[in-house]
Design a binder for this molecule. Structure first.
Ligand code: FES
Length: 158
């Protein structure tokens, strides 16, 4: 297993946050978030790293990471498509978008495309109900989607 460590930039950010939240429990969330921003998922090596940094056991970090669905526990594609499946988006066309993703990229919820480029997740309300249906693509919201708009967004992913 390869060791994990923060990039220089993320190490600085970790230290900056640590000054605000010296409590190791409070640091778990932003600490793991930085990990995921860096490598796209929370690997076992990163859990051991975080446990060392915060004076926790690896199993404590693992329990924390598995509680929050926003943490990826396996490597995901370069582009993470998160489709909202809650009521407003569902009524306004999320099922058609889901079908389009399946038909064009060949992936359903929780799957990564064979080329490793796209990962698809269905998520609960993202607080953008006025723009339903919507996706987040690597955390950037795209609202008032149609199949055509989604097709253009996917084509734009290099
Ligand atoms: S229901 Fe989809 S963003 Fe709220």
């Amino acid at each position: 297993m390869e060791n994990f460590k923060y990039t220089e930039e993320n190490e600085k950010e970790f230290q900056r946050i640590l000054e605000k939240y010296p409590n190791s429990d409070a640091m778990m969330l932003p600490g793991l978030w930085l990990v995921q921003e860096q490598i796209g998922w929370v690997s076992p090596a990163a859990m051991i790293f975080m446990a060392d940094r915060l004076g926790k056991t690896p199993i404590e970090v693992h329990s924390f990471a598995t509680f929050y669905t926003m943490f990826n526990l396996e490597p995901i594609g370069t582009y993470h498509i998160e489709l909202c499946k809650t009521l407003s988006c569902m009524i306004m066309g999320a099922p058609e978008l889901k079908k389009f993703i399946k038909d064009t990229l060949g992936i359903g919820p929780g799957e990564t495309s064979a080329d490793g480029k796209f990962h698809f997740s269905e998520v609960e309300c993202q607080g953008a109900c006025g723009g339903a249906p919507m996706i987040a693509l690597n955390h950037t919201y795209h609202e008032n989607l149609t199949v055509e708009k989604l097709e253009n967004i996917i084509k734009g992913c290099k």
